[in-house]
Design a protein around this ligand. Structure first.
Ligand SMILES: Cc1cc2nc3c(=O)[nH]c(=O)nc-3n(C[C@H](O)[C@H](O)[C@H](O)COP(=O)(O)OP(=O)(O)OC[C@H]3O[C@@H](n4cnc5c(N)ncnc54)[C@H](O)[C@@H]3O)c2cc1C
Ligand code: SF4
Length: 332
């Protein structure tokens, strides 16, 4: 492991101040929260920060549900959020996405902020034995384009990177129009979750729309009938401890048996959590379980590009949308 200094600030102001100062002199200073992703990448020498600033004990971990919606402190663990009764009842999609992520041990340790900013599971990124990875070494090429790409994206790709964003939570939150409270030493701002992750384009090594030194302090999710009638469907090669081949987050507002408004986001297929406005528009007025849902789901494939091993995802995501809409529609 590359040597680094671990800083343990006493509060958030100190952590932000430290990063603001380090950012001017030390580009390789990074935050660490639960450490479940960061430590793995340190051990594999994929990441080589010279300084780590611990967020342990300095970020809010409270979970609050009221009439306006939900606020989750970024330090809340995946386990605590998944089990929170207000979230299970009013935002079942979030709880389901988390319970379908990782393992109980990881969920007990991992935080909300860290989950949203975890790095891709592309095997060529995570193994420094492969030289061609634009995300790890800008300008080095992309081994996945011609390599084993069954795990990779079919939407939002570029000729420089086709890696999938791995967070299940992010897909659920994008479907629910969540926003982030972002803090730095000098500023506080709101960022829509759908704008947090960037398309790879020519700069796949820049993944998030955060400035150096900024932290995610909290997540806000508006409440409403669609949030309650929601479902997270995850298709994977084994029932636990596995990332999505395809996932679908659905939230439906119903007018009797028909969809009044639908919100749909896809995971496992995009280089970022993928919202599908065309599918959502086509589902308006449609009855879940009817053949029209399949026609709407087909619109998700517009612009999709398989690279060989991952061609199956284009059909699979349409079928998964049909199933997820049926399950969400049947919810009371
Ligand atoms: C075996 C295994 C299986 C997994 N399966 C799944 C899965 O199926 N689905 C899924 O979604 N995830 C899965 N994960 C990933 C897991 O959810 C993440 O490792 C975890 O959520 C990261 O949270 P953390 O607090 O440990 O982050 P850390 O490892 O501490 O940090 C991750 C990144 O986030 C940054 N960071 C952390 N908190 C903040 C903050 N508040 N503000 C700004 N930057 C921050 C860090 O600088 C770092 O870059 C799996 C992990 C493992 C090890
Ligand atoms: S898909 Fe992206 S992360 Fe994977 S090898 Fe290519 S550039 Fe690297």
């Amino acid at each position: 492991m590359h040597p680094f200094t671990l800083e343990r600030p006493r509060d958030l102001a100190a952590a932000l101040a430290f990063q603001a100062q380090a950012g001017r002199t030390d580009a390789a200073a990074e935050y660490i929260a639960g450490g479940t992703d960061m430590v793995q990448l340190l051990q594999e020498e994929v990441r080589q920060p010279t300084r780590l600033v611990s967020l342990a004990g300095v970020l809010d971990h409270r979970i609050e549900v009221n009439d306006q919606g939900l606020r989750i402190g970024a330090a809340a663990t995946m386990a605590d959020v998944a089990a929170h009764s207000g979230i299970v009842q009013q935002f079942p999609l979030i709880s389901e996405a988390l319970l379908n992520s990782a393992s109980p041990q990881v969920r007990n340790q991992a935080t909300m902020g860290g989950n949203l900013l975890q790095r891709t599971r592309c095997p060529y990124f995570r193994d420094v034995g492969y030289t061609a990875c634009n995300k790890r070494v800008p300008g080095s090429g992309c081994a996945a384009l011609t390599g084993d790409n069954q795990w990779h994206a079919v939407l939002g790709t570029s000729d420089n990177c086709i890696a999938v964003h791995p967070s299940d939570l992010a897909v659920a939150l994008v479907a629910l129009d969540a926003e982030l409270e972002v803090r730095s030493a000098s500023d506080r701002r709101t960022l829509r979750l759908i704008d947090l992750h960037r398309l790879p384009g020519d700069t796949p090594h820049i993944e998030a729309a955060l400035e150096p030194g900024e932290v995610i302090a909290a997540i806000h999710v508006p409440s409403g009938p669609a949030a309650r009638r929601s479902h997270y469907l995850k298709v994977r090669t084994r029932a636990s401890f596995e990332f999505a081949l395809v996932s679908v987050a659905v939230a439906l507002d119903m007018d009797g048996p028909r969809v009044a408004t639908a919100r749909i986001a896809l995971g496992g297929v995009g280089t970022k959590p993928w919202r599908t406005p065309e599918v959502e528009a086509a589902l308006k007025g449609v009855t879940p379980g009817s053949p029209e849902v399949r026609n709407a789901a087909a619109l998700a494939a517009q612009g999709a590009q398989g690279r060989g091993h991952n061609d199956f995802k284009i059909e699979l995501m349409q079928r998964a949308i049909v199933r997820a809409v049926e399950i969400a529609g049947a919810r009371a």
